[in-house]
Design a protein around this ligand. Structure first.
Ligand code: ATP
Ligand code: ZN
Length: 226
């Protein structure tokens, strides 16, 4: 188990869609940081709450390992890594504590525009490219559909044109990327937004009080912004 700490650590995305909104949300909660030179670690000034700036993919693992106490990450990423853990028999190590009302998107199945969509039975024997293999595999299994999951770490939307897959399962917000690749969305697997993620079990040291206080402030800020 991780050692006792008296400062809180929050992991947020260093660069990307959630980076700026996550930081400004925490600032609105009254947090401020001393600017550090490497900018991977920001030392908390107004409160003993430090920031870790990382790739979003690393956030669930940092919470699972007890390196960070909270993280701001898309529900899509948290659910994928949670589902992947469950598939190999690992216990749940983190949970979404609050929805944060930004970073909204959907994880969707999208098929070539010329397909006539009649329902999930149509997926039998098809190859589906995705960066969310665990969520997709669970979704297919729950519907009794036998399709092949092709895991790709990026550029999923060009897979059908390249012939590496028949259709895709990817994040969609405006739909413009799908349209540009002659794909159309047909099924929603997950409605996602940025969430505050935390451990399943609250640490029993000075961090517990800080975590409770931050949650209270966050609730106030998110409510006012609504
Ligand atoms: P990193 O370098 O941190 O790994 P990334 O490329 O994985 O970055 P971003 O593209 O910045 O991540 O997306 C971060 C999160 O923003 C996504 O996981 C998702 O929750 C959310 N998001 C909102 N809209 C979209 C969208 N249209 N496409 C992708 N992600 C979106
Ligand atoms: Zn990422």
């Amino acid at each position: 188990t991780a050692p006792a700490r008296d400062r809180l650590r929050i992991a947020i995305q260093k660069n990307g869609r959630l980076a700026e909104p996550a930081r400004s949300l925490l600032t609105a909660c009254g947090l401020s940081w001393r600017q550090s030179r490497d900018k991977l670690f920001c030392y908390g000034e107004s409160l003993p709450v430090d920031l870790l700036l990382v790739r979003d993919d690393d956030i669930p693992g940092l919470i699972a390992d007890g390196v960070c106490d909270f993280g701001i990450v898309g529900r899509n990423e948290l659910d994928e890594q949670g589902a992947a853990r469950r598939r190999i028999g690992l216990p749940d190590a983190y949970q979404a504590l609050r929805g944060l009302n930004f970073g909204q998107c959907r994880l969707m199945l999208a098929v070539p525009e010329e397909w006539e969509w009649s329902g999930v039975e149509q997926l039998a024997g098809k190859r589906i490219a995705t960066s969310y293999p665990a969520i997709l595999a669970d979704w297919l299994a729950a519907r009794g559909v036998d399709a092949q999951v092709v895991e790709l770490s990026g550029s999923v939307e060009i897979a059908p044109r390249l012939g590496t897959a028949d259709l895709i399962c990817d994040l969609v917000s405006s739909g413009a990327t799908l349209a540009a690749n002659q794909l159309k969305p047909v099924e929603t697997l997950l409605e996602s937004e940025a969430v505050l993620a935390g451990p399943v079990k609250t640490p029993d040291d000075a961090r517990a009080g800080l975590m409770a206080m931050l949650l209270r402030r966050l609730d106030g800020v998110v409510k006012v912004r609504d």
